[in-house]
Structures are given as structure tokens and as C-alpha cells.
Ligand binder design. Structure first.
Ligand code: NDP
Ligand code: X2W
Length: 346
């Protein structure tokens, strides 16, 4: 049994890790870390866990935690993991960080976009970006995994095959993305009040969203050069789900079969990336509660541009599901263990 500790178990992403691990055959949670609910029963924070989890919430003492578990998930605000981690901890325990602290290789870029000073930049080079379908072999050997952001996961997986195969011009990519409000976490915020969100849709972070450099870095690796994109997220009145619609110019005229072949090259053997049938557009409802990302595309011959689409659950493949997938890889377990939930519909 892998012994698991979660720092930030009382947030949306942390709770989703707990939910998924309840169905995992090889993992047992030993530490439900919190800041505000120390000594409270976990089920008192989330009553969906009543008669399922009886444990009490503990603090965020990573030193102590590292002596008791085999893997730590940090599902905490930006900057916290970087401030707690050290060599002694990493020599004892594997860490999967759900925040952005170790995702961006250039520390100055991280500090600029996140507005905080990185406390442990010495660990950035060894951290592996945990996009399982792309970095699988490196993840297996890692002791520190940077779990990707929700928008970057959906955007990168939707666009990646076309950049790798050189079918699109990397400097023409525009990403329009929409997210449910659980993406913003459980903390009370004016922007996420019912009256602000319900019956409403709005863009935010236009040309300034902190996921922009993360997406640019990952797509840049696929393109083989530095790139710049336009990325516009929108908040939509639903609990879960991310929908990406991305646009790019094709480098030449291509057929449906050629592009489908590019997607199949990378995803035909992937359990969690489903390339949908021709003309079927991904929908968030078809992936809700599951670790799947549904992708598809449509060529517009009038403009010689291509529209790439992706849908996933921000809390599962966009956070907790991918984190568990990373843990499975790091411990040599079947990659899909605990992750085969069928999407909920309707
Ligand atoms: N929500 C999503 O869809 C996604 C989230 N993420 C990332 O996951 C992380 C968690 O996000 P999310 O669950 O949404 O956020 P929440 O606001 O829902 O939860 C934050 C968690 O962090 C804990 N926490 C806050 N401050 C501290 C502190 N100083 N010390 C210890 N624990 C602390 C909170 O504890 P308490 O409640 O006890 O105060 C809570 O458990 C973030 O980095 C986020 O960017 C990544 C991808 C998607
Ligand atoms: C709807 C919403 O507010 N979404 C969050 C992003 C989700 C997230 O969790 O951020 P990381 O992936 O970087 O950890 C936002 O736009 O800030």
C-alpha cells in the first residue's frame, strides 16, 4: 500500500484526490492536511464523505508528514509548496504539486506572472511537468512532479499533435477557453457569488492570464521554438468542466484523414485522450467526473485554418485525476488505477 498525505485536502482539488483515492486499490490516505480545519473530522468539512472518511484533519507540517508517507500531494495556493519543500523532504518522499510552483522552467517568468518570489528555485530544473501522455518516461523517474494547470492540460492536448507534425503555423494560435467555477477553488470570492456567475458569461484575465506562459512553454517544446499565443479564459455558470476552442493557420492544404492520422499517432494508445468521431464536437458533460479529455478538430477550407477542440473535467484530468495518474506512474502501478470512472451524464 502506498501511504498518501495531502496538504490542502480541504480544498476542491484536495477533496477530489480524496474521492478518487477511495476507489484506489494500492493507496491509503494517512494525512488530511488543512489550514482552517485542524482537529476537525474530514467529513465535517465535506459531508459527502460521511461514513466514508472518519479521519481528523491535520496541519501542513511537511517535515513530519515526510516521515509518515510515501507520497505527498500539495493542493494548495501558489507559493506554498515551494516554501515548504527541501532536500531532506525530497530524499524521503515523492511530491506531486498541484500548484504552479514548479511548472515553469524560467523562474523570472514565474515570478513575473505570479507576482511572488520563488522560495526554492533550485528544485525547478529537476521537477518534471506531469502531463502524463507526453512526459510519461520522465515522470516514472521523478521525485518532484509539477502537475499541469487545468487550462494548459486541455489546451496542450488539443493542439499538440498538429504542432509536432508541423501542420500548423505556431505563431497563429488563438485559444478560447471556458471554465466552470470550481476552477477558482472553494474560497469565498465576490466574483464567484451565485448572482455574479449564474445566467452570466464573462472573459477574464484577457491577455494577462497566468496560464499563458505555461501553455506557451509546453506548445513551444512541441513546435521546437519559442512561441506566443493569444489565450482568453471565460467563466461560465457551471460547477465543473473546461472547454477549449483553439484556432491556427494550416501550413498547407490538408485532408481530414491527414489530420486524424496526426491525432492518432499520439493518442491511439492513450486511455484518457479520446479522439472523437468525425464532426463530433467535445462537450463537458461527456467527460464530467472522469479522467478523460475528449478532443477533435474541423478544417475550414475557406480560410485554411483549423479549429481544435477539447473538453475535460477541471477537477479530474485538470487536477486530481492527473495527479493520481502521475502517482501511479511514479510508483510503477497501472496508470489507470483508481481512474476508470465512467463520465456522469446528464
Ligand atoms: N480547482 C481546480 O480546478 C484546479 C486547481 N489547481 C490548483 O490546485 C491548488 C488548490 O486549488 P483549489 O483546490 O481549487 O483551491 P481551494 O481554495 O479550494 O483550496 C485550497 C486549499 O489549500 C489550503 N491552504 C490554503 N492556504 C494554506 C496555507 N497557508 N497552509 C496550508 N494549507 C493552506 C486550504 O486549507 P483550508 O481550507 O483548511 O483553509 C485548502 O485546503 C491551487 O494551486 C490551484 O491552482 C490546479 C488545477 C485545477
Ligand atoms: C475558473 C478559474 O478561476 N480558474 C482558475 C484556474 C484554475 C487553476 O486551478 O489554476 P492552476 O491550474 O494554475 O493551479 C483561474 O483562472 O485562475
Amino acid at each position: 500500500m502506498i501511504r498518501v498525505g495531502i496538504i490542502g485536502a480541504t480544498g476542491y482539488a484536495g477533496q477530489e484526490i480524496v474521492r478518487l483515492l477511495m476507489g484506489h486499490k494500492e493507496a491509503k490516505i494517512q494525512w488530511y492536511g488543512s489550514r482552517s480545519y485542524i482537529d476537525k473530522r474530514y467529513y465535517e468539512v465535506f459531508q459527502n464523505m460521511f461514513q466514508i472518511v472518519d479521519d481528523t484533519c491535520l496541519d501542513d507540517n511537511m517535515e513530519e508528514l515526510a516521515n509518515q508517507v510515501d507520497v505527498i500531494f500539495t493542493a494548495t495556493p501558489q507559493g506554498l509548496c515551494a516554501s515548504l519543500i527541501n532536500e531532506g523532504i525530497l530524499s524521503k518522499v515523492k511530491v506531486v504539486d498541484l500548484s504552479a510552483d514548479f511548472r515553469i522552467k524560467d523562474v523570472k517568468t514565474y515570478e513575473l506572472w505570479y507576482g511572488i518570489q520563488h522560495k526554492t528555485p533550485q528544485f525547478i530544473p529537476e521537477a518534471v511537468y506531469g502531463l502524463c501522455e507526453i512526459n510519461r518516461e520522465e515522470i516514472k523517474k521523478a521525485r518532484l512532479v509539477a502537475n499541469p494547470g487545468c487550462y494548459p492540460t486541455c489546451s496542450t492536448l488539443s493542439i499538440y499533435p498538429l504542432l509536432k507534425e508541423g501542420l500548423i503555423d505556431p505563431d497563429t494560435i488563438i485559444i478560447d477557453a471556458k471554465s466552470g467555477t470550481s476552477g477558482a477553488g472553494r474560497g469565498a470570492k465576490l466574483d464567484n457569488l451565485y448572482c455574479e456567475v449564474n445566467e452570466n458569461i464573462k472573459a477574464y484575465g484577457v491577455a494577462t492570464h497566468r496560464h499563458t506562459p505555461e501553455i506557451e512553454e509546453q506548445l513551444g517544446y512541441a513546435a521546437g521554438k519559442e512561441i506566443r499565443i493569444n489565450f482568453t479564459p471565460h467563466l461560465v455558470p457551471m460547477n465543473r468542466g473546461i472547454l477549449v476552442t483553439a484556432y491556427a493557420s494550416l501550413k498547407k492544404q490538408v485532408s481530414y484523414e491527414e489530420v486524424k492520422g496526426a491525432y492518432d499517432t499520439y493518442y491511439a494508445n492513450e486511455t484518457f485522450v479520446r479522439v472523437l468521431d468525425r464532426d463530433v464536437c467535445p462537450q463537458t458533460k461527456w467527460v464530467e467526473g472522469s479522467n478523460y479529455v475528449d478532443v477533435n478538430f474541423k478544417i475550414d477550407p475557406r480560410t485554411n485554418r483549423i479549429i481544435m477542440m477539447g473538453a475535460m473535467d477541471n477537477l479530474v484530468k485538470g487536477a486530481a485525476g492527473q495527479a493520481v495518474q502521475n502517482m501511479n506512474l511514479m510508483f510503477g502501478l497501472p496508470e489507470n488505477e483508481g481512474l476508470m470512472q465512467v463520465p456522469m451524464f446528464p
